[in-house]
Design a protein around this ligand. Structure first.
Ligand SMILES: Nc1ncnc2c1ncn2[C@@H]1O[C@H](COP(=O)(O)OP(=O)(O)OP(=O)(O)O)[C@@H](O)[C@H]1O
Length: 239
């Protein structure tokens, strides 16, 4: 059965600052949902809540009917909820392959399946031939691809990508779009994509959820969001 990841009325407060208020989203396996909003809108905080790095002050996180609101990141990863980070930190002296294997082996220590999953992920992101290279010698874009391969090697049901194209040039960004678009078919997972680059978002996301000031501004199919006057005024600015 296909699974659905949801938040229901999630609120996060940090010492008086409300980072998220009453945010409800859903992500189905097999779809790509774009999460948009200006700086400070609460996008990363929502991903932190979904991946267990931040406990919400209110609301729930569920996969189907299973409540995972207070689950730790490793528990969520085992249940197939995996995220990447805005700034990837690789083990500089390890090889590319070892970097991808580390999280996999944390789940199934040293297994053949784990090795195979890491290999598949490296092939998928186009880095199989760089597997034996020392991670510290990789250019920036490839470093970011290793971060995505790491997450994919866990064979997630739900993958959250936090600004994966940040710092890439247009050609690299376009290649990444093509790669992200293939993730649901290849891995059968749902993808939550945080991305500021509007052409990237519009190219790969069927549905969008827009945050502003920690609240939901709009949510719906891409074409509807593109025409939404509130979104145009407050965020898209004519893009
Ligand atoms: N750990 C924290 N402690 C205090 N305030 C925080 C913390 N994390 C985030 N915030 C605040 O919560 C708000 C939402 O931040 P968040 O990083 O989620 O926004 P964002 O939409 O991801 O922004 P950006 O596009 O800049 O990454 C901001 O005002 C931020 O300063």
């Amino acid at each position: 059965m296909s699974a659905r990841l949801t938040t229901q009325s999630v609120t996060v407060r940090f010492h008086g600052l409300t980072a998220l208020e009453d945010v409800s989203i859903s992500l189905d396996q097999g779809e790509i949902l774009g999460l948009l909003g200006p700086n400070g809108a609460g996008k990363t905080t929502l991903v932190n809540v979904l991946s267990g790095f931040t406990r919400p002050s209110g609301g729930t996180v569920k996969v189907n009917e299973i409540d995972l609101t207070r689950a730790r990141p490793d528990v969520l990863a085992r249940r197939g909820i995996v995220r990447t980070f805005q700034s990837v930190r690789l083990f500089q002296r390890m090889t590319v392959r070892e970097n991808v294997q580390v999280p996999v082996f944390a789940h199934h220590a040293g297994s053949v399946e784990g090795e195979q999953a890491a290999q598949r992920a490296l092939e998928f992101v186009g880095l199989a031939e760089e597997s034996d290279r020392i991670a510290g010698s990789l250019p920036y874009t490839q470093e970011r691809l290793v971060g995505i391969a790491r997450a994919l090697a866990l064979e997630p049901k739900f993958l959250m990508l936090d600004e994966p194209a940040a710092g890439m040039n247009d050609v690299e960004g376009a290649q990444l779009v093509e790669l992200i678009a293939r993730i649901p078919a290849q891995y059968g997972c749902g993808v939550l994509l945080i991305e500021h680059n509007m052409p990237v978002v519009m190219a790969v996301c069927e549905r969008l959820h827009v945050l502003r000031g920690g609240r939901t501004l709009a949510s719906g199919p891409r074409e509807e969001i593109r025409r939404n006057p509130d979104v145009i005024e407050s965020y898209l600015g004519g893009h």
